[in-house]
Structures are given as C-alpha cells and as structure tokens.
Design a protein around this ligand. Structure first.
Ligand code: ADP
Length: 186
C-alpha cells in the first residue's frame, strides 16, 4: 500500500537541492529533511553527534554511516514524516541507499522517487563560493565534488537501474526549476 510521497533529491553540492526542497515541502505539505542541516545543528549545539561529525563536515568528507543511519531512522519515524517527506543530502552513498530501502520496506507505505538536479561543475563552484557557508571554501568545495563523484554518483546509478530516477535541469532560474520539479513529482 502506498500512502505517502517520498522524494529523494540528488545532485551535487550547490545544485539547489536545499532551496528547491524547501519550496516543494511547502507546496506539498511534507517535511524537508536535510542531513546537512541536521548535522550543522548538532555541531552548533555540540551534541555528542555534532562533536564527532564536525571534523568530517569541515573537511568536506562524508560523516561515517554509523553516525547518521540511526538519526535518519528516528527522523523518518516522527509523526510529521508519516505522510511523506523530501530527503535532501541522503542517501549519499550506496550503503545509505540500501539502508533506506530496507527501512522503507519495513514502513511499507511509500512510493519513493529519486530526482537528480543536474548542474555543470563550473556553475556549482561559482554558486558555492557565492554562498559562503563555513564549509564553502575552495579546498572543501573541491573535495565535496570529488566525494560526490566517488560516493554519490553510484547512488544515481542505483536508482536509475531500478527505474526510479528522474532528472531535472537545475541550471535555470529558480522558479523554472521548481516548475519542472512539480511536473516530475505530480
Ligand atoms: P552540500 O549538499 O552543499 O554539500 P549538505 O548541507 O548536504 O551540503 O552537507 C554538508 C556536509 O554534511 C557534507 O559535506 C558531509 O560532510 C555531511 N553530510 C550531510 N549529509 C550526509 C550523509 N548523508 N552522509 C554523510 N555525510 C553527510
């Protein structure tokens, strides 16, 4: 039985996942779940998770799965996530994608769809440098793009092979991208 909409936003750092997820979350009345935001919050509060995650985030490396998987499971079990959600920043490697599939299989009520926001590298670097978050310096950006290619590109293949991947051109004005996303998820 499928009662909820689970949307998985993929795409490189700076592709606009967060901005578009926020927009669609309001439109569809489902929560926007960003692992990057959750980690930044934990780091700001210096919780045990935050303390362990900080060095990885600062370097542009992935935080180890064992720190994140329990967190995402808890979040997806919360009340507001029962009708659906938009995941932004998760899964970021194939092990996380497999974990998510097992978890959702247990919950057995979602039709999930993965969406790839496509943006060329040169545009991404300009966008991230303009954004200026703490982990948006040139060295970290370069590392995050490498990590994206190594670890997250295979996640695109994972969903593509199962016919669960759509692609949207993210290199356009924000409202145009939002419009395409709405069409794709409708
Ligand atoms: P961006 O998409 O711009 O790279 P995010 O806000 O999604 O930024 O993530 C920031 C950082 O948080 C990542 O570089 C990584 O260190 C960590 N992170 C976020 N999500 C995950 C995840 N699913 N697995 C491992 N690390 C993650």
């Amino acid at each position: 039985m499928s009662t909820g909409k689970g949307l998985i936003f993929l795409g490189p750092p700076g592709s606009g996942k967060g901005t578009q997820a926020q927009e669609l979350s309001q439109e569809l009345h489902i929560p926007h779940i960003s692992t990057g935001e959750m980690l930044r919050e934990a780091i700001a509060k210096q919780t045990p998770l935050g303390q362990q995650a900080q060095a990885y985030v600062d370097k542009g490396e992935l935080v180890p799965d064992e720190l994140l998987l329990g967190l995402i499971e808890e979040r997806l079990n919360e009340e507001d996530a029962q009708k659906g959600w938009i995941l932004d920043g998760f899964p970021r490697n194939v092990a996380q994608a497999e974990f998510l599939d097992k978890l959702l299989h247990k919950l057995a009520k979602f039709s999930e769809q993965a969406i790839n926001l496509e943006v060329p590298d040169d545009v991404i670097i300009d966008r991230l440098l303009a954004r200026g978050r703490k982990d948006d310096n040139e060295q970290t950006i370069r590392r995050r793009l490498e990590v994206y290619r190594e670890k997250t590109q295979p996640v695109l293949d994972y969903y593509r092979q199962q016919d669960r991947l759509s692609s949207v051109d993210g290199n356009r004005q924000l409202p145009e991208v939002t419009q395409s996303l709405k069409t794709v998820v409708a």
